[in-house]
Structure formats: structure tokens, C-alpha cells
Design a protein around this ligand. Structure first.
Ligand SMILES: *[C@@H]1O[C@H](CO)[C@@H](O)[C@H](O)[C@H]1NC(C)=O
Ligand SMILES: *[C@@H]1O[C@H](CO)[C@@H](O)[C@H](O)[C@H]1NC(C)=O
Ligand SMILES: *[C@@H]1O[C@H](CO)[C@@H](O)[C@H](O)[C@H]1NC(C)=O
Ligand SMILES: *[C@@H]1O[C@H](CO)[C@@H](O)[C@H](O)[C@H]1NC(C)=O
Ligand SMILES: *[C@@H]1O[C@H](CO)[C@@H](O)[C@H](O)[C@H]1NC(C)=O
Ligand SMILES: *[C@@H]1O[C@H](CO)[C@@H](O)[C@H](O)[C@H]1NC(C)=O
Ligand SMILES: *[C@@H]1O[C@H](CO)[C@@H](O)[C@H](O)[C@H]1NC(C)=O
Length: 494
């Protein structure tokens, strides 16, 4: 996890306190599978807390902890439904209690709105620290059971009529949770809007960079050719001391490259950091997060820099783009040292910066999902230096020797057996994806039957349908929002 990604993650955290941002760009700090952060900062809804069990799967364990949630009753009309926004692999944000497309639906249907923070993220701390023995209570199964208890408790606390219908919302990893919640607890959840949720666990998520490449190619073939050329030049420069110094300077690296000390996993990390610039740009292209620092870093603006020959040779243009990202994220230099990254992720304190979720989400990828965005399928695009092994090694280096490929293989099988992968059978769930978002590859993009409608939006990015509408939204995105509203209406009246 590069420093660059780390910083991007934090910038969005600071600028947009809304978050359920997400990491879904894999293990990274971007919040890659990430969802949303909106703009502005004021507290719109205060923290509420309730008592939750630590281990839902051991009835003899009575330990409890305090879980955070938010509530907004402003739009509730007596007899109306309850909307539950599921927060994923980042802190929950009060901003979403007033903004986002789900609030538009809440106004339309007179819904009572809740948002629940995922255990181990944000301020929801079930244990005293993030040591491996405590992280065993971090799993999607525990998180779903948390939501089941939450629903039961609120039905009682708010004395909701017995036939009150709950509808779940979520984007990215939380989009998967929304679908799984309906699947596992249909007596508690009546329907779900699952945005950009990856349902299939996979170690080597090599398709990710294929979608990234195609999205860039669709805008300009020359853009992709420039990236390939830039990486060839980068590779040649890495072989000689003068070239190494050139890279350190152009890319504003925090540490010099030195054939004596720099290790191969440092170089992998450097290449992966550069690749992740494009991952971030494509995954979040023109969404309506309204994150001013990143808002104009789009496929167009990035490719316009890369293909502008007056800015120098290919590698120089790549360096300019990389530095713009770095500047926008407020970082002074690009930190690519593998050992530093691992050191930070080994920190088990809640106070550590990684407590914003980097260690936790990495744990979930190492024990449940994989989702490693590798260089396997496109070795010529960003180098072949970050295959699945590179990520599995991180699991071992961060959590210990048990967290190896064998554990991961059986963990992935387990996840797909327990949830069904892409063979999920469920009703009243709409699966929404954007064609530009690489995560659609692991989700349901074609309706298998009428009970499981899929909406595949041409040209939109990760979770685009969740953000507040904007006048620049393409017609197919506007139509998707209307269709989702129609489905919710149908579920509520069936
Ligand atoms: C985005 O932010 C700008 C400035 O903060 C504001 O004027 C604009 O209305 C926002 N757009 C949306 C869609 O929220
Ligand atoms: C983004 O916009 C700001 C201000 O409008 C500008 O200074 C910056 O150069 C732009 N970045 C890119 C990548 O176009
Ligand atoms: C290329 O970059 C130069 C220097 O920044 C700029 O003046 C020019 O407008 C750019 N050309 C295009 C086509 O963007
Ligand atoms: C990044 O910021 C530094 C220092 O503020 C500045 O000198 C440099 O030109 C910026 N680079 C880009 C590509 O915007
Ligand atoms: C863990 O992070 C905290 C907070 O950033 C810091 O004070 C502490 O020194 C770190 N621990 C280690 C072992 O690096
Ligand atoms: C995982 O599942 C595959 C096919 O379903 C099987 O071939 C493989 O042996 C399983 N691996 C483990 C570690 O259980
Ligand atoms: C998606 O949009 C692009 C242009 O934005 C268009 O060329 C393409 O035909 C569209 N694909 C479908 C399946 O509608």
C-alpha cells in the first residue's frame, strides 16, 4: 500500500467526512473498493451507540461492545419503511444522513433512515486493539449478524409496526453486504439496493487492470500506448544509477533508489503505486463525490497530460501526472518503501493512522476475499512486478506465517460457499454496476431472473448511482436512479 494511496485515502477522509469510502481498490488506502465520500464537513447527525455482542457465533460468549450508528427521522411518515445504509470498510459518515440518492428515496417513500458503522472501522471498536487474536472477530459474517441485531433492536426501541419493511442500501463492499443481508436474514430485510458490490471472492483479481486499460483505451488508444512506453523507459532507467536518480527526482520519491539497498518488493511497490493512480482515476472517473482536490483528475485530464508531447518523453509525462496526484493529496513525496508500509500495517493500536482501516481491510482481504489487483493479465502495461504472490507475501508479513496462500485458498472457497458467489439466489435485490468500474467484473451485471434485476450502466464509475444527482449525469445514470426507485416502490407494495 503505497504512501500515495494512503494519502489519497486520508485526503478524502478529511475533505469529505462522509465516507464509506472504501478500500475496494483492494488493500489500499484509497478506499478502493471504496465508496463515497461527499463534500463539506459539518456534523449533520450525532453519534448514537448501542450494545452489540462480540461473537455472534458462540452463544457462550457474553462479551459486548458499543457500536456506532446514525439516525434521521426527518422524512419518516407513520407507517413508512425503514432504510438502512450499511457502512463498509471505513468510518461511517454523518454526511450521508442528509445527502446521496438514498435520501431522495427516503423523501419519496417517507422512510426512517439509519446508518450503521461496520465493526472494527471508524469509532466502532469491539476490542482493545487490532492484534491478530482480536481481528478474528472481524468478518463479513459477524458484520451481517451485527445488522440483524440492530434491526431487531430498532424495531423494538422505535416501536415500529410489525409489518414495517426494511430496505438495505450499500455500495462497494457494503453493496455486497446489502445483498448478503437480504439473502441471510430475509425475515428482517425486505429488499436491498446493492451498488457496485463484488460477490465473487478471488485471489488474483487480474481482470481489474483489464477494465482500467479498456476504459483508458476507449478514450484514447494513444493514452494506453504512452503508459506502456513510459513503463518501458522507467524499466530501463531503473537499471542504471543515473536513471535511478532521474526517477527519484522526477517522481519525487521519499527515498533514493540504490541498487545496494532497494529490494525487489520496493520496486514492485513502486510500480503498483503508479498503476494505482490509473486505478483511482478510472474507478472514480467523474463520479459526483465532489472532492475538489481530485475532481478534475479524470480519464480525460490524465490522458491529455500523457499524450501531450510538449511535456517531454513518455516517462516525464507519467511523472507529471504522478506528481499532480501527489500534490493533490497533500503529500510531500512518494513513499514506496515496502518495509515502511508493512511496519505501519503491523501497528495494532487504534490510534495509529492505519486504524482508519488499512490494517482491517487488509485482514479481510487476507482471510475472506483476496481481491488482489495484480499485474498478471497486463504485464506490459504497468510491469509484471505485482502478481498475486506479492500481495500474499504482505498477508504473511503483516499478520504472520499462518496467513499464507493455503489459508487464503481455503478462505476464498469458504466465502464463495457461504454466500454463493455469482450463483447467489435471492429476491428483491437490485444489483447496480457501472461499466467503467473494474469491480463490475466480480458482480452480477445480467439479471438471472425477475427477482434479481441487474442494472448495468454504460460509462459510469464505482457507485455512481449513490451520489447526489448532478446536472452532468448521463441519461443512462438518471434512468438507473428512476428504475431503482420504481423497484423499491414495487417491493414496498408487494
Ligand atoms: C460541489 O461543490 C461545489 C463547491 O463546494 C458546490 O458549489 C457544488 O454545488 C457541489 N456540487 C454538488 C453536486 O454537490
Ligand atoms: C484542477 O483544477 C485546478 C483548479 O481549477 C487546477 O489548478 C489544476 O491544474 C487542475 N488539475 C488538472 C489535473 O487538470
Ligand atoms: C500541452 O501542454 C502545454 C504546456 O503545459 C500546454 O500549453 C498545451 O496547451 C497542452 N496541449 C494540449 C493539447 O493540451
Ligand atoms: C507539485 O507541487 C510542487 C510544490 O508545490 C510544485 O513545485 C510542482 O510544480 C507541483 N507539480 C505538479 C505536477 O503540479
Ligand atoms: C502505532 O501508531 C501509534 C499512533 O500513530 C504510534 O504512537 C505508535 O508509536 C505506533 N507503534 C509502533 C510500534 O510503531
Ligand atoms: C477450493 O475449491 C476448489 C474447487 O472448488 C478445489 O479444487 C480446491 O481444492 C479448494 N481448495 C481448498 C484449499 O479448499
Ligand atoms: C456505451 O457508450 C459508448 C459511448 O459513450 C458507446 O459507444 C457504446 O456503444 C455504448 N454501449 C452500449 C452497449 O450501449
Amino acid at each position: 500500500m503505497s504512501q500515495l494511496l494512503l494519502s489519497l485515502f486520508f485526503i478524502s477522509l478529511i475533505n469529505n467526512s462522509i465516507s464509506w469510502r472504501t478500500f475496494m481498490r483492494g488493500r489500499s488506502k484509497y478506499g478502493n473498493l471504496g465508496v463515497p465520500t461527499l463534500s463539506k464537513d459539518q456534523e449533520l447527525s450525532s453519534d448514537e451507540w448501542f450494545t452489540q455482542f462480540l461473537d455472534h457465533f458462540n452463544p457462550t460468549d457474553a462479551r459486548v461492545w458499543q457500536q456506532r450508528y446514525f439516525v434521521n427521522g426527518e422524512y419518516y411518515k407513520k407507517g413508512g419503511p425503514v432504510f438502512l445504509m450499511i457502512s463498509g470498510e471505513a468510518a461511517a459518515g454523518s454526511k450521508w444522513m442528509k445527502e446521496g440518492q438514498w435520501i431522495e428515496y427516503a423523501k419519496q417513500f417517507g422512510a426512517l433512515c439509519f446508518q450503521v458503522e461496520h465493526r472494527f472501522y471508524g469509532k466502532s471498536h469491539p476490542t482493545s486493539d487490532l492484534s491478530v487474536k482480536n481481528l478474528m472477530y472481524l468478518s463479513s459474517q459477524q458484520a451481517l449478524a451485527d445488522l440483524a441485531y440492530f434491526i431487531q433492536l430498532m424495531n423494538s426501541n422505535y416501536k415500529l409496526p410489525k409489518d414495517t419493511k426494511w430496505i438495505a442500501f450499500g455500495g462497494s463492499y457494503a453493496g455486497s453486504l446489502a445483498a448478503w443481508l437480504r439473502s441471510k436474514y430475509p425475515h428482517l430485510i425486505h429488499g436491498a439496493v446493492s451498488a457496485s458490490g463484488p460477490l465473487l471472492a478471488e485471489i488474483d483479481f487480474q481482470e481489474y487492470y483489464v477494465v482500467v486499460e479498456n476504459a483508458l483505451k476507449e478514450y484514447s488508444e494513444e493514452c494506453v500506448n504512452t503508459i506502456i512506453k513510459a513503463n518501458q523507459q522507467f524499466h530501463i532507467m531503473l537499471r542504471h544509477p543515473i536513471g535511478q536518480q532521474g526517477i527519484a527526482k522526477k517522481f519525487v520519491l521519499c527515498d533514493p533508489i540504490d541498487s545496494g539497498h532497494t529490494k525487489s518488493n520496493d520496486i514492485s511497490n513502486l510500480y503498483e503505486t503508479i498503476a494505482s493512480i490509473f486505478a483511482g482515476i478510472v474507478q472514480y472517473n467523474k463520479d459526483n463525490r465532489n472532492n475538489s482536490a481530485m475532481a478534475n483528475l479524470t480519464i480525460e485530464s490524465a490522458c491529455n497530460i500523457l499524450t501531450n508531447e510538449t511535456l517531454g518523453i513518455a516517462v516525464d509525462r507519467l511523472a507529471i501526472l504522478s506528481t499532480k496526484m501527489l500534490n493533490a493529496s497533500g503529500e510531500k513525496c512518494l513513499d514506496y518503501m515496502y518495509s515502511k508500509m508493512i511496519h505501519k500495517l503491523r501497528n495494532v493500536t487504534w490510534a495509529s493512522e492505519e486504524a482508519e482501516g488499512g490494517r482491517q481491510w487488509t485482514y479481510q482481504t487476507c482471510t475472506e476475499f483476496g481481491f488482489f489487483q495484480t499485474s498478471t493479465a497486463r504485464p506490459n502495461l504497468f510491469s509484471e512486478t505485482f502478481p498475486a504472490d506479492f500481495f500474499v507475501q504482505q498477508c504473511v508479513d503483516i499478520f504472520g506465517p499462518r496467513y499464507n496462500i493455503h489459508l487464503l485458498n481455503s478462505a476464498i472457497n469458504r466465502t464463495n460457499i457461504l454466500y454463493g458467489g455469482l450463483d447467489l439466489k435471492v429476491t428483491n435485490v437490485v444489483f447496480v454496476h457501472g461499466s467503467t468500474d473494474p469491480w463490475h467484473v466480480l458482480g452480477i451485471t445480467k439479471s438471472p431472473n425477475r427477482q434479481m434485476p441487474a442494472i448495468y450502466i454504460n460509462g459510469t464509475a464505482h457507485c455512481a448511482n449513490m451520489y447526489p444527482p448532478s446536472k452532468n449525469d448521463p441519461p443512462q445514470l438518471k434512468a438507473a436512479r428512476v428504475e431503482i426507485g420504481r423497484l423499491i416502490y414495487q417491493w414496498l407494495h408487494s
